[in-house]
Design a protein around this ligand. Sequence first.
Ligand code: FMN
Length: 236
Amino acid sequence: MAGITDAEFLNKVIPYGFDAVTLGGYSLDEKTIEASQKIIERGRKEFHFELEEIIPHMESEVNKIKEIHPDVSVSANVRSINPEPIIEASKIKNLDIIELNCHCRQEEITSIGCGQEMLKRTDLADFISQIADNAESEVSVKIRANVGGIDTLEIAKTIEDAGADYLHLDAMDPNVFDADWKLLENVCKNTDIRVIGNNSIDSADKIKKMYLCGVYGFSIARAIISGTLNFDISNF
Ligand SMILES: Cc1cc2nc3c(=O)[nH]c(=O)nc-3n(C[C@H](O)[C@H](O)[C@H](O)COP(=O)(O)O)c2cc1C
């Protein structure tokens, strides 16, 4: 979660039983950094670093987690208009996963063709292939389900065929505070990529429900904003 999930925050929540955590989202090139600046100016939380600061900052954040939790996988969620800065970031020592953000719906990011707007790019498959072919870490692609005009299953297949290791799927149902369970199951059944199911997990029962859909793993965002969880994930 932009502006929230730094190493200090993640070190606090890992003891709840997480075996992987995600830093960021971070903006990696001039255009997305400028967009981040605009988001901050209108009062929304964001991480903001200048171009020359961002990679050393990420490296230091990864190490702050690995020093305390060497067995936890560390991912970094990133945005850029071109694949090259993402490939560069994947070379950060000890970073396990680089995650392409095709999820952000802040207007400053979508208006430059990034975040959720990536799903509409005709070069999406090539963009992901370039990262998958050249990255030095594993590659995840984070998407939001049910984006207008986008067939989520088709996009999932594109991401799989392009060579990503994980599909991090925010199975958002735009009408309710609950995951779109049918869609999640449909994607899991009809692809072989490792799906990390996400959306509205706020109980152990919802984690069980996600596994019944066929996910490889799950992720939790809003339920840990306070830095605490009121249910036990250690058995999953
Ligand atoms: C304040 C806030 C910031 C977020 N920032 C990001 C981000 O930078 N990158 C991203 O992929 N998702 C981001 N998300 C989305 C969450 O990671 C997650 O996909 C979404 O909140 C649904 O999961 P949840 O129901 O467990 O919260 C953000 C969500 C919130 C509430």
